[in-house]
Design a binder for this molecule. Structure first.
Ligand code: DAH
Length: 359
């Protein structure tokens, strides 16, 4: 029988010197595996006399336990060392100040659209929508603007490209939100009260014009709706929007889709180059309006003998410039982050009539 003390020294030294788990496993197999040195010695016990078996068996069991304990201890030590190494390299200073998250902001046009919608919703107007690529029938003909009408040229229309042989009706980028009047009346009939905010397009570009801009259309049709209702609704609107009592002035005008037609000015003053809405004896034009033309009602399937009402259309970008003191329209659509941060609104700053619309 080999010298058990020598064996013990050999394995314990080996375990102490092992550099990784694979080396430990190799030592375990060499000693305690099926064909390991100590397992083979255990098998020899059967051939011994009872006395020899008792003493050698006990000694072998102790040796086995010693090696097993040393292997486990070495394994645990290796795992601890690996964890400590990770903790040393992956530490995190939780006392550092957080990095600021850049927040987006609401564009003044979106903000004003929400404000305008909230005010008209409070007066019982629903929101209607229509397509930005519109057939020329909805954009012009149904609104009493026949092909030879001069207004059709004034609109500087963008026409959609048509392949040769395409016999669908010509389409345009809508030049105003007025076609939504026709679509809403065709779908819902009368009586009706809607506003339609949205994008419109015209070939135009200078400090106060961009090829794409925003309008809001208003339409109220019933049995006895008159210009007086129009005036009240608009004054109520401007007063809520600007947060100060605003007078309006109606000037006779002409639009093919209304009869009579009026351009509407709001009261303002210019003092030392400063514009103030709702005071003074100056006037500023802000919208077109009128009583919806019987031909327009007919085109939308509403009987002009039974129903009448008013319509109006105004520029949303212009309203935003006036309310928030923004000088150049072109900057609205340049996506300059410095501009957006300066004129933008906080995301949760939702306008409501009762919450106060003015800041
Ligand atoms: N559609 C007109 C434009 O873009 C604005 C307008 C004028 C709309 C009078 C109306 C209206 O509904 O009655 O210039």
């Amino acid at each position: 029988m080999a010298d058990l003390d020598a064996l013990k020294t050999k394995y314990l030294d080996g375990i102490a010197a092992a550099s990784d788990e694979a080396a430990l496993e190799e030592l375990r197999l060499a000693a305690l595996g099926k064909k390991g040195e100590i397992s083979l010695m255990m098998r020899e016990l059967g051939k011994m006399t009872p006395e020899e078996r008792t003493s050698t068996g006990a000694a072998l069991n102790r040796l086995k336990d010693d090696i097993d304990t040393a292997l486990r201890a070495a394994k645990t030590a290796m795992a601890d060392a690996a964890l400590n190494a990770r903790l040393a390299t992956e530490w995190l200073d939780v006392t550092l100040p957080g990095r600021p998250l850049r927040q987006g902001s609401i564009h003044p046009v979106s903000q004003v659209m929400e404000e305008v919608t909230a005010i008209f919703a409070d007066m019982g107007f629903a929101v209607a929508e229509g397509p930005q690529v519109e057939s020329d029938w909805f954009n012009f003909d149904a609104l009493n603007i026949p092909p030879e009408h001069p207004a059709r040229q004034e609109h500087d229309t963008f026409f959609m490209n048509r392949a040769e042989g395409d016999d669908r009706p010509p389409h345009v980028l809508r030049t105003h939100t007025s076609p939504v009047q026709i679509r809403s009346m065709t779908e819902q009939g009368a009586p009706i009260r809607v506003i339609a905010p949205g994008r419109v397009y015209r070939m135009d570009m200078d400090q106060t014009h961009t090829p794409m801009f925003h309008q809001i259309e208003g339409l109220a049709i019933g049995k006895d709706i008159s210009m007086a209702n129009l005036k009240w609704v608009l004054e109520e609107f401007f007063t809520a929007f600007f947060g100060i009592k605003v007078k309006t002035r109606f000037r006779a005008s002409h639009f093919p889709f209304t009869e009579p037609s009026a351009e509407v000015d709001i009261q303002c003053s210019w003092i030392d180059g400063q514009l103030r809405i709702g005071e003074g004896d100056g006037w500023m034009e802000v919208l077109g309006s009128g009583m919806v033309h019987p031909k327009v009602l007919k085109a939308a399937g509403v009987d002009p003998e039974e129903y009448q009402g008013f319509a109006f259309g105004m520029g949303i970008d212009r309203l935003a410039m006036l309310k928030y003191g923004i000088p150049d329209l072109r900057a609205f659509f340049e996506s300059d982050l410095r501009w957006l941060r300066h004129y933008g609104f906080a995301a949760l700053d939702m306008p409501t009539v009762h919450g106060g619309l003015n800041k």
